[in-house]
Design a protein around this ligand. Sequence first.
Ligand SMILES: Cc1cc2nc3c(=O)[nH]c(=O)nc-3n(C[C@H](O)[C@H](O)[C@H](O)COP(=O)(O)O)c2cc1C
Length: 206
Amino acid sequence: MAGERRPSVAIGITGASGALYATRTLAALLEQGVHVELVISDYGRRLLRDELGDAAAVDQLLPFLTDRYGGGVSAGSINVHSNRDLGATIASGSHGCRGMAIVPCSMKTLAAVAHGLSRNLIERAADVMLKERRTLVLVPRETPMSLPALRNMVTAAEAGAMILPAMPAFYQHPKTIDDLASFLAGKILNALGFEQRLFEPWKGGE
Ligand SMILES: Cc1cc2nc3c(=O)[nH]c(=O)nc-3n(C[C@H](O)[C@H](O)[C@H](O)COP(=O)(O)O)c2cc1C
């Protein structure tokens, strides 16, 4: 399948804790044959290595994903952009990206998205999603949260973003941190309009 014909999604990784959420989301999208336009902030790059080790450095990311999640990731494709490149495809609304998730999303990037700053490619691509009325999923992680951060979430939600906090649930009886990451990645896939097989949907009960 040619890259252009795949469903295309932008993923931003910023410097909040939870790099595993990003790698699980990336792998799950790739397994479904999605083309991912990937942008990682400077602190996002640092968090990938701090939390997942040197093997998860950006230039090793595809082998890392294959090693950790299996060869199914080769069904999709990734195009990595510099966060400084405001001339990249996804900086324009004419690019056919169907949606974007920023996972994890730092309070700094949340603030920038809420206020439309567009200073780097992650912020600009997020603003493009809002102006084009496409899906923008923000996965903030911080605790406790300051009043400015809480207000910025409301502002971003009012502008059309979905706030999907990095809050895994426990009704799935997770056994490993990968189970926790899979739950969140499944929620992100659903929010982006994809089916997910990462966790069993709740079937109801007493
Ligand atoms: C080890 C480490 C963990 C961090 N965790 C968080 C976090 O969970 N949430 C957050 O908002 N910022 C966190 N930060 C701070 C952000 O990385 C920092 O504000 C940075 O400027 C964010 O920039 P970015 O949004 O361009 O990646 C962390 C920083 C470090 C070094």
